[in-house]
Structure formats: C-alpha cells, structure tokens
Design a protein around this ligand. Structure first.
Ligand code: UD1
Ligand code: CA
Length: 462
C-alpha cells in the first residue's frame, strides 16, 4: 500500500464501437462490470479512493460504482489530457507535492497489480517524472507509437492518426497507463495545445513536454493482454475469456479439477472448494459457491446457488437462487427454482421441479415431480409423479408434508394442505384435506373388474 499514491481512472468516453445503449465500462465480463476490475486494482495499490473522470452516462456509472470512487466530471470529451485535468481539484485538495499519480482507463480491466507495482518501482528507482506502460502487440493498430532515440530512451508518443508511415511501423505502443510525479502533472496539462489530427488535448504530449523541461521519463514493457481495452464486443469477449481463464487457473491451483476447462463458463464471483470436479459445459454464475468434494456433471447451470460439501449435481441440472446442503444428490435434469432449499442427504431426482420448497434432511423426490410453495419434512419420501397443486389461478397456496410422511406415486396435493408426521398417502390420490399424523389417506376410485370384457369385444369385431 502506497500512502502517497492517487489513482485517476478515465471513464468519460461512451465507446461507440460497442454499438450499445450502455457505456462500455458498465458492460459485464465474467459477472461484473468491467470497471469493477479496475477499481479492484486501485484498491490493491492504495487506500485512497480513486478519482473517476466521468462524462457519458455518469449517473449510471456513479450508481454502479457508488462510494468506491470520488468523481470528477468532464462535460465534453476533449481528449485524455483534458480528462486527467478534470481530476486536478480533487487530487490537489490535500497537497500535490510528493504524490505519485497513476492514470488508468476504466475500460482496461486485465492489468495485473504486480505489473503496476513494477511500473511504480521503476518510476521511483529511475527518478522519473513520468513512467508509462508500453507493449508490443501483434498489430499496433490505432495505438500511440513509442518513439525512442538511438540510445533507446523514450522520446515521445505519436498517435496513429498523426504518425508518418515510418512511425506507423513502430511495434512498441502506448498501453495508456502512466505514473506521474504530482508536481509535474497538472500545471503542464494546463498548457497543453490541441495542434493534432483529432484537435484533442493529448495526455501523451506530456512525455515530450516533460523531457524538454529536463525531467526524466521512462517506460516498462508489459504483456499486450494486460492492456487490452474493451472497445468492441469482440474485445469484450476476449477480456471475458481471459478473466475466466485466470479464475479457473486460480481454482485449479486451489485444488479444483476441471475435466475440460475451456468449455466452462464461470463468473469471477464464484467460489469452489478443493476436490470438487467440474465436468465440461458447466455454467456457474453470480454469487454461486460450491463446497468441497462435489461433482458437477456436464451441462449444469447454477445462478446464485449455495452448494455444500460432497454434493453430486447430475447432468443438465439447472438451479437459480437455491441452497443445496451437504451430501445432497440432484438430477439429472432437475430444475431448482428460486427459494428451493435442499437439506443434507436430500435426493431430488430426474425431471423434478422445485420452487419455494424447503426439503428437510434426508427427504427424497426421486422422479418426475413438481414441488412448489412447500415445506417437506425430514426423511419424507415423495413418490414418482407427485404434484403440488399450488395455484388456484389467483393465489399460491402452501403444502406442508411433515417429517417421515410417505407420499405414494402420482399423488396430487391440492394446496393449502398438510400431511401429518409419519402419514401415508396411497398412490394415485388427490389430497384436498389435511391428513392426520400416522394415518393413511386414499382418494382413488375403487378398481372395477369386468370379467371377459375384452374377449367379448374381440368377438364382436370379427
Ligand atoms: C489513448 C492514447 C494512445 C494509447 C491508447 C491506449 C492519447 C492521446 N492516446 O488512445 O496513445 O495507445 O490510449 O488505449 O491519450 N477518455 C476520457 N475523456 C476524453 C477522452 C478519453 O475520459 O476526452 C477516456 C476514455 O473513456 C478511455 C481513455 O480515456 O477510458 C482512453 O481514451 P481512448 O479514446 O480510448 O484512447 P485513444 O485516444 O484511442
Ligand atoms: Ca480517442
């Protein structure tokens, strides 16, 4: 942590190439707005809250970021130099001498804290007034080119739009991440001119200005992926897959097995315990946490689900806002809708749908059921094809099945209804009244046998 470090995050640009109504920094990658990753970086480096320069959609940005940042407004997007200058009042408020100022972009989420520490260390070691991050991407594209002198010292940055053909061939480019000595930043920004192709105030012009005033400037080279910005949907997809790759690499180093990591979609907010095995084509989103020793079969999709230890989620299980406790066994093809809570050792089998349903420890619904708005006691056994009729067309009603009850196959439980502790419901029953504890309820029509009926029918048709 660096007490004298201020971070400025540039975030006023809309990002027209996203072709979106939403500003680019609020697009989500691996479950979080991309600006959140930049805020995390700032928080790793300094306790001071970063200053975000906002412009386009600033209400939405401030609502999303909240008090994790302080805000400076750039009314018109007149260039990166102008943008940084808008942060001056906040950064200078408690003095500027001796401060280091790190400039980040809100749309560049993959930079590692180690890399920024390397930049800050080099800045201090070399006694620079400005140290910038550069990279050598496969295609230098529209990035600003780094012009070095014969001795290899950084001289100036030429924007692609202002570059000569020779300069365009330079492979080293500006990553858009800088550390400045506070006392040399804002006064020089106030003197910037807009004599360039875009008629903008270029932050990059400071490099030459500082050199001409006899200050040292330097550069640190980073991996191109760390400076990848989100300007288009294609870059958003690259950023997202890199974040997921890092999340999975970290989980593997913490003891999680992925049978085919490249096929797993995972949010950066997801937690998984050691010795859990994740099969291919699994999607894990939101606040999902999975305990230790679980098996997550192919095609499982979890959104905001809490899973305990030693749980087996079988193929095709979908769950949303649900809790699954230790040693439970779910699926294949089960659907746990919001408010489902399965206790320990619960079994919810194939083609079972649950909604707002609490299952006590050891309860089972093994096949083909709908259990909604229900309380299912411990060790209850729900037979195949059982349906809670919870909706009368206007209101939802509750079904309560007390501990140890046995619900025969193909039962309809017409809610509101209660089946008492240890009671039995015969298969094929339609239960419309409460069933007392330890009793048997049967509602099916008695079976009739008509002797020889089929033989007679056969004769008639001959
Ligand atoms: C800038 C650099 C370029 C570098 C590239 C790296 C300048 C002049 N050029 O290019 O050398 O290779 O970044 O990505 O700085 N922003 C504002 N207000 C503005 C303009 C920009 O807040 O008036 C913000 C944007 O929202 C973005 C960041 O500053 O977060 C960078 O702006 P962008 O237009 O993407 O950078 P370039 O001009 O392409
Ligand atoms: Ca620009």
């Amino acid at each position: 942590m660096n007490e004298n470090l201020e971070v400025i995050i540039l975030a006023a640009g809309l990002g027209t190439r996203m072709k979106s109504k939403t500003i680019k920094i609020l697009h989500r990658a691996a479950g979080r707005p991309i600006v959140d990753y930049v805020l995390d970086l700032a928080a790793e480096l300094t306790q001071r809250r970063p200053v975000m320069v906002v412009g386009h959609q600033r209400d939405a940005v401030q609502q999303s970021v909240g008090d994790r940042a302080r805000y400076a407004v750039q009314e018109e997007q007149l260039g990166t130099g102008h943008a940084v200058l808008q942060a001056a009042a906040l950064v200078e408020a408690d003095g500027i001498d001796g401060k280091r100022i790190l400039v980040l972009s809100g749309d560049v989420p993959l930079t590692r804290a180690e890399t920024l520490r390397r930049l800050l260390d080099e800045h201090a070691r070399a006694g620079n007034a400005l140290t910038l991050l550069t990279m050598k991407p496969d295609d230098p594209a529209m990035y600003g080119r780094i012009v070095r002198d014969d001795a290899g010292a950084v001289q100036r940055i030429v924007e692609a739009k202002d570059a000569s053909d020779d300069e365009k061939r330079i492979g080293e480019v500006n990553a858009g991440i800088y550390v400045f000595d506070g006392e040399h930043l804002f006064d020089n920004l106030r003197n910037l001119k807009t004599d360039n192709a875009q008629k903008e105030y270029y932050l990059t012009d400071l490099l030459q200005v500082l050199r001409e005033r006899g200050h040292r400037v330097g550069a640190v080279v980073a991996e191109p992926i760390e400076a990848l910005g989100v300007n288009s949907r294609s870059e958003l997809a690259q950023v997202e897959s890199e974040i997921q790759r890092r999340v999975i690499a970290k989980l593997m180093s913490d003891g999680v097995t992925f049978r085919n990591p490249a096929t797993v979609v995972i949010d950066s907010t997801v937690r998984i315990g050691a010795d859990t095995v994740v099969y291919p084509f699994v999607t894990l989103e939101g606040t999902t946490t999975i305990g230790e020793g679980c098996v997550i079969d192919p095609g499982v999709h979890l959104m905001n689900v809490r899973v305990g230890d030693n749980v087996h989620l079988k193929t095709g299980t979908v769950a949303d806002d649900a809790v699954i406790e230790d040693d439970a066994n779910v699926g294949p093809y089960a659907h746990l809708r919001p408010g489902s809570h399965l206790g320990k050792h619960v079994k919810v089998g194939n083609f079972v749908e649950t909604k707002k349903a609490v299952f006590g420890d050891g309860a089972k619904a093994s096949h083909l059921s709908y259990i909604g708005d229900a309380e299912v006691g411990a060790d209850v056994n729900i037979g195949a094809g059982t349906i809670t009729c919870n909706y009368d067309g206007v209101h939802k009603h509750k079904t309560i099945i007390e501990d140890g009850a046995f619900i025969g196959s193909d039962t309809q439980l017409v809610a509101p209804v209660r089946v008492g502790r240890g009671a039995y419901v015969g298969a094929g029953s339609t239960i419309t009244k409460d069933v007392p504890a330890e009793s048997l309820a049967l509602s099916r029509t008695p079976q009739r046998i008509v002797d020889g009926w089929a033989r007679r029918k056969q004769k008639k048709s001959e």
